[in-house]
Design a protein around this ligand. Structure first.
Ligand SMILES: Cc1cc2nc3c(=O)[nH]c(=O)nc-3n(C[C@H](O)[C@H](O)[C@H](O)COP(=O)(O)OP(=O)(O)OC[C@H]3O[C@@H](n4cnc5c(N)ncnc54)[C@H](O)[C@@H]3O)c2cc1C
Length: 465
């Protein structure tokens, strides 16, 4: 007899693990989580002893907005797991005219302007949900013009918006999302934006969820690629999953997968929308989904932010600051920049006395997906780093270039945030759900994904009640 499950979750990122851990621990559901990669965590993965003993490298540059007051912390707490946090970032340092400075130096303000800044913070902290939602399809630039008279304060908010959205221009940022993130941080931590890093690296955020699933008779199976969500009579019936790792120059041809059919009462697709066409038929004539939905998903799926950067293992620290580094535009690459010395926040992620430093620049889909453009950007970023962190060249023990297309959900642009994001339940299919950073769920990237996971689980629990 074929094995069957109450719920199959496709994808063992924070959102998928979150949905599964809640359904298993709160509703006693028999859950199966399948992930095509060889370990759980998705984009919140850390690699122990990579690239050598004593280094624990995350998949990329990460910092968690709100730390112990974040949705990702709340998700872990909800299923009985604790996450310990390192210190909060003390400042944000902007690279400007040849040196790193803090925001007060970047945007100097008179007494009147400081008072205007204070009143803007109060205004944001007091905004209601409906007021924020009304700005989901309008730009931060418009909100600033309508609500802030001081030009210096407008500049400051535009710079902070860039850090929240990784979008360079305020005219392209969704005001609703920036206001939501700002309000959440102000109410919980009395600052416009805060960030922290979990002790033990990013893996510390997902490890406990796997434990909860397994303690509640659920399974997390890695190295299992879902090739199709199955449908019959207007419902999903489960998935087809392969154990095969594609090899050879034409994987589909040389390595014909032999998928296994696994039945389930419900399926949760916890993978980003741009990966959905690989597992759900999008062809208009045969798709189980309505054409308006597949068209909407196809229309927005390349609206993502992309990163190109280096991770460094340094023989000695190039900075002892406990902060997040940024630049609105670097001198050589000419792109928004981010750097995070993870080992300053948790020394255990690097061997004693050494430094783990993540760096990247934010770019658009055409640049990040083109290997020649990437090489050009990396060359320029290296020039930027030589200038920003004197001594880095001599301290490099290892240096790993990386790029990501689709780093943190849908681009936080007007019309792509809040209720404009794809919903958590499939239209017209009562037992197919979605979760993750590209679906409904507010908050900065990993927090959006965690909240989406909790909201998806609540929706399912509600339907079951
Ligand atoms: C380099 C980088 C830097 C980042 N920096 C930050 C930061 O500083 N702050 C922040 O808040 N967020 C950051 N993020 C974003 C954050 O990591 C993500 O928002 C979050 O991890 C998304 O979680 P998720 O569960 O939605 O998706 P994912 O983690 O992508 O999970 C989806 C899972 O589905 C699996 N999958 C896909 N297709 C299949 C298939 N066919 N079959 C089976 N499994 C499949 C994938 O292997 C993956 O494990 C960063 C991301 C990256 C990549």
């Amino acid at each position: 007899m074929r094995e069957s499950f109450d719920t199959i979750v496709v994808g063992a990122g924070i959102a998928g693990l979150g949905v599964a851990a809640i359904l298993a621990s709160e509703a006693g559901e028999k859950v199966l989580v399948l992930d095509r990669y060889d370990r759980p965590g998705g984009r919140l993965m850390s690699y122990p002893d990579t690239p050598g003993k004593g280094w624990k490298v995350d998949i990329g540059l990460h910092m968690t907005e709100l730390g112990d007051a974040s949705s990702i912390h709340a998700l872990n707490e909800r299923v009985g797991e604790q996450v310990a946090w390192g210190p909060f970032s003390e400042t944000v340092q902007f690279y400007h005219e040849g040196r790193f400075i803090n925001i007060a130096e970047l945007v100097p303000m008179s007494g009147d302007e400081r008072r205007a800044f204070g009143s803007t913070l109060r205004l944001i902290a007091e905004l209601g949900d409906a007021e924020i939602a009304a700005w989901d399809d309008r730009s931060l630039a418009e909100w600033l013009v309508e609500n802030v008279s001081s030009e210096a304060v407008r500049d400051l908010f535009a710079d902070m918006g860039m850090i929240m959205t990784t979008i360079p221009e305020a005219i392209d940022m969704a005001a609703g999302e920036v206001l939501y993130i700002g309000r959440d941080n102000l109410r919980k931590k009395s600052q416009l934006l805060t960030s922290s890093y979990p002790i033990g690296g990013m893996e510390a955020l997902t490890r406990g969820l796997v434990r909860v699933i397994e303690d509640n008779w659920g399974r997390v199976e890695t190295g299992r690629e879902v090739t199709e969500v199955m449908f019959a009579g207007g419902r999903t019936t489960g998935v087809k999953a392969s154990r095969h790792k594609p090899e050879g120059p034409y994987p589909g041809y040389y390595a014909m997968p032999q998928p296994e059919e696994i039945e389930a009462g419900k399926v949760v697709c916890a993978l980003p929308i741009y990966q959905l066409p690989a597992i759900i038929d999008f062809a208009p004539a045969t798709s189980p989904m309505p054409s308006w939905w597949t068209k909407r998903i196809t229309d927005i799926m390349h609206e993502v932010t992309c990163l190109v950067g280096f991770m460094f293992g340094l023989s000695e620290p190039v900075t002892d600051k406990l902060c997040f580094f940024t630049a609105l535009e670097t001198p050589h690459a000419g792109l928004p920049f981010q750097a995070f010395p993870a080992s300053n926040f948790d020394p255990a992620v690097a061997p004693a006395g050494k430094q783990l430093l993540h760096t990247d620049v934010v770019c658009e889909y055409p640049e990040a997906s083109d290997p020649f453009e990437r090489r050009r950007i990396l060359g320029r970023l290296w020039q930027d780093l030589l200038e920003m962190f004197p001594g880095i060249e001599d301290a490099v023990e290892w240096k790993i270039p990386y790029h990501v297309v689709g780093c943190d959900g849908l681009a936080r642009k007007p019309g792509l945030v809040g209720e404009f994001k794809p919903k958590l339940q499939a239209p017209g299919i009562e037992n197919l759900f979605f979760a993750g950073d590209t679906y409904i769920g507010r908050g900065l990237a990993m927090n959006g994904a965690a909240l989406s996971g909790m909201q998806c689980a609540d929706l399912i629990l509600d339907r079951m009640a």
